[in-house]
Structure formats: C-alpha cells, structure tokens
Ligand binder design. Structure first.
Ligand code: SF4
Length: 286
C-alpha cells in the first residue's frame, strides 16, 4: 500500500521532486485534478518504505503537511474547469499546514489550510450566502456542516474536518474557494451579516468527547454532557477523562470547536486557544 505525501506548497513539492528523482527511491506523482489545478501542489506517492523517502528530502527546503495511506478513489473525478485565477488576487498562495486523521472521525481527514492574504473582510458576506451554521462576526469565524464534514473559515485559515479522502478534500477546497470568490464578487452588492448565530452544537461536541459514558461528569452519558455543554450548563473541565494522558488531542479539538462556534468552554489556560486577541489561532490547537 502506498503512502500519499502531501506538501505544504508547490515550491516544497518541486524541491522534493528534484532531489527524489536523482535518488533511487521509487515514487509516483498524483496530479491535482483539473477542477482544483493551481490551488495546491501535486501529491507524491511513496510506494516503498517511508523512512528512506522522508530521509532523502532536502531539510529546510521542503515542508510536508501530512502523510496518509493512499487509497484509490472509488468515485469518478468531477468534470469542471480550474477555478478562475482571481482567487489568487483575493487569497494569495494557499498553504496546506496539516493533514491528519480527524479527531471526531479518525477514518476521515482533517486539513488546515492558510492563505497568503487575509479574507476576514469577506466572512460577513459569506455568512450572508450560507444558511445556518455558526457565525461569530466579532472574530470573525464562520463554521457550517456540509453533510458529515465541518468547514470552518477564519481570517487567514480554512479547516476542513472529516473529508472522506484526498478527492473529497479537493472537492471541499474547490467549493470553499468558490464561496470566497462569490463573496468577493458580491461584496458591494449585498449587505454584510453581523448577526451572531450558533447553529452547530451538541452533536459536534459529542463527537469530540471520550465516548465512554462513565458518568464522571455527573451526567448519564457523553451525549447528555454534550447537550449540557452546548447550552452553557456544564464546563469542559467537568469531563475528567479529557484531562488524562492520551486525550490531549481530543481536548484541543473540543476547545477549538467550542471557540469556533462561540461557546464558553469553561477551561483554564491549559490548552485553551487564545481568544484575548479576538483571533482564532489554528496553531493554538494543533
Ligand atoms: S465524564 Fe466525559 S467521558 Fe465520562 S460520561 Fe461524562 S463526558 Fe463522557
């Protein structure tokens, strides 16, 4: 089974390819589908052992955002033209910061992408174009569900959680770029949305809890605790298993989610994202 090595940007990919092609390491490249061309770098498939592959990469000139098991797509690639080049004018270059299994569904992917230019000024327009979801105009952060996936937009970052696979991630990325471009096109013709809304809650919280139903929080089940957290009647710290070794990623994911949708976490400083600056720092929760 091959591993798909995902690069932060085009430059990292080219630097890696230059070195790897001179080595004896066997590799294949997986081109970005046409509908996503230019947005992110192609992927290299490492078909042999991963260790020599990674060891051969030029340190300091290559940045990898993640390595995942490669599974060929079971669906056909969508037929669509590449995105209009104006996205570059709006967002600058895109960088994939991390690709890893989703905490709330480990067989799916969580991808964090940052843009070269901030687009926070477009989020109030995007909020007008999207029905439902959660929206914090003061940050600003917009989060909404797309079937089982969760998409979160902040000023310079996009987080896609629970993408099915690479193809699904590319499709979600293209849809997100189209949404940002639509907001750009209509920025002078539609009224920005400044109304806070909180349309995502208990189910997303539940997916990030340990799921043991141990009742140490005083509730009969994790779902009951999730409902209580979503209505502000409980605090994260009441779930004692979340403070145990091996639960830090889950706890960080929960803190990140609650901050993104504007819920009070009730957590102390340990692992709490920095909200004092009025910004959501993705690096706070990695
Ligand atoms: S303490 Fe945590 S793991 Fe146990 S039931 Fe409550 S929420 Fe679930």
């Amino acid at each position: 089974m091959a591993n798909a090595v995902i690069f932060r940007d085009q430059q990292s990919y080219e630097n890696a390819l230059q070195v790897l092609l001179k080595s004896e390491i066997y590799l294949e490249t997986l081109q970005i589908p046409r509908f996503c061309q230019g947005l992110v770098a192609p992927v290299i498939l490492a078909t042999g052992s991963l260790r020599p592959f990674l060891a051969a990469l030029p340190h300091g000139e290559t940045s990898i955002s993640g390595v995942i098991r490669y599974q060929p797509f079971r669906r056909d690639l969508p037929e669509a033209l590449p995105p209009d080049e104006k996205w570059r004018e709006i967002l600058g270059e895109l960088r994939i910061d991390t690709v890893r299994p989703s905490i709330s569904d480990p067989i799916r992917l969580r991808v964090e992408i940052s843009s070269g230019k901030p687009f926070g000024h477009l989020i109030p327009i995007m909020a007008r174009l999207i029905r439902g979801g959660a929206y914090r105009p003061n940050v600003p952060v917009l989060a909404f569900e797309e079937e089982h996936r969760l998409l979160v937009f902040s000023s310079e970052a996009l987080v896609i959680t629970r993408a099915d696979d690479l193809l699904d991630f590319w499709m979600m990325l293209r849809s997100s770029i189209d949404l940002i471009c639509a907001a750009w096109d209509r920025r002078f013709s539609i009224k920005p949305d400044h109304e806070h809304r909180q349309g995502i809650g208990a189910t997303e919280i539940f997916k990030r809890l340990p799921g043991t139903n141990c009742s140490k929080c005083g509730k009969r089940s994790c779902m009951e605790f999730a409902v209580s957290l979503s209505t502000g009647k409980s605090l994260i710290d009441q779930c004692q298993p979340l403070t145990e070794d091996g639960q830090m990623e889950r706890r960080k994911s929960l803190l990140w989610f609650m901050m993104a949708v504007g819920l009070t976490s009730g957590s102390g400083s340990n692992g709490s994202p920095n909200v004092a600056r009025g910004q959501m720092s993705i690096s706070d929760v990695i």
